[in-house]
Design a protein. Sequence first.
Length: 313
Amino acid sequence: LNPEIYILGSSSATPTRERHPSSQILKIGSEKIMIDCGEGTQSQLIKYGLRHTGIDYICISHLHGDHYFGLIGLISTMSLMGRKETLHIIGPPQLKHILDLQIMHGGMTLKFEIRFYPTNPARQEFILRNQSFELTSFPLKHRIHCTGFLVRESKKERHLNMEVMQALEIPVSYFKAIKKGENYTLPDGEEVPNERMTTDPEPCRSYAYCSDTIFDPEIVEYVQGVNILYHESTYMKNNEERASLYFHSTAEQAATIAKMAKAGHLLIGHFSSRYDHLAPLLEEAREVFPNTDLAEEGEKFVMSTASQVLVHS
Ligand SMILES: [Zn+2]
Ligand SMILES: [Zn+2]
């Protein structure tokens, strides 16, 4: 199963007629992760035929409204629809406080647990791991506490070489352990190294999300070699000063980070409402990093096994 990214919104600060604020869904393994949840995200889910059931993880990069004002609405709907499953929310520590207040003063009684994981704006941190993925956060430089997220597929099982397995008459009950990388001891005591019985699994694919940030080459080490990098691109380079002033990046700067990190593919988003047409931003980025696409809402990006990205509208 190839990981897929659905773009629900990619406008900065204020929504426009065509664009909603930031939110994405990453489907990976058997899990769905929501990354940022700007105002209107629930409506966007409905519009694009995505269900909120099965979203067990929500990552919030920072507490500017265009990245989380949709969250309490979504939680409220999940509650009204009778959700029972634990919801894992990852974000700045203050977010827990905000949600607690909203839930308390709204008299909401949730029938599901919210498990909260605070992010750390000072350094890269491991957040959690499950069968499908592992998640880390890393610092971004913005006007307030802000982190990016790196999601990597969990380590996969090795492939059995059935010819060797049969020749050595290895019982089926050992297959599971061998797929995990263990050696096998023959009845005569001889140890068979794992590499003789298995071949490498497919590489683990990865996705990095760099929400609002000033151009910061320190990001590169956190996102080195990712298959797909999302990086904000609020402005074009003729607004570079303005970008720095507000701790945002230009399309060219986003592409520079992708190039330095040797990313496979770049998605740019978080576009300023001043741009009616986005083609010039795309062009600017492609001059530095040709494998770039616009993270426009309604788009779906697939990480294929050949680590080539397929784009669907
Ligand atoms: Zn923003
Ligand atoms: Zn922001």
